[in-house]
Design a protein around this ligand. Structure first.
Ligand code: THU
Length: 132
């Protein structure tokens, strides 16, 4: 099943988190329209603001390989609660996804919530607002 495969990939990439400052491990996996999946982890920096979230790592990997549109994205955090994408990641997802895409917020392969983009980033500012 697509969700399980995405969650599994996110969990695998979470192991690669470079997160010595927060010690909060995050993994993500993005399914693009092409059918290709890219995984990513959070990559922190001694200059904290230079940190890359797991979602953006995975998205940038795909886009830089020529992928165009996100079909679904999974996020797996490190806590007992569900880890939702941060505000910056929501905006980056919005750049490459339709409002109804599936955002899979998972604790593990069996426990997950599915939200669409409009639910977690209502009335988003997008390229349409720039008439692009
Ligand atoms: N983090 C993510 O990777 N994704 C999110 O959407 C939330 C936050 C990371 C960034 C940082 O390395 C750590 O979690 C703590 O904020």
């Amino acid at each position: 099943m697509e969700y399980k495969e995405l969650i599994k990939t996110a969990i695998k990439y979470r192991e690669r988190a470079y997160c010595g400052y927060s010690n909060f491990h995050v993994g993500s996996a993005v399914l693009f329209e092409s059918g290709n999946i890219y995984g990513g982890c959070n990559i922190e920096n001694s200059s904290y603001g230079a940190t890359n979230c797991a979602e953006r790592t995975a998205i940038c990997k795909g886009i830089s390989e020529g992928e165009k549109e996100i079909k679904a994205i999974a996020i797996v955090g490190d806590s007992k609660t569900f880890t939702y994408p941060c505000g910056i990641c929501r905006q980056v997802i919005a750049e490459f996804a339709a409002k109804d895409i599936e955002i899979i917020i998972a604790k593990n392969e069996d426990e997950y919530i599915i939200k669409n983009l409009e639910e977690i980033l209502p009335s988003a500012f997008t390229k349409e607002d720039l008439n692009k």
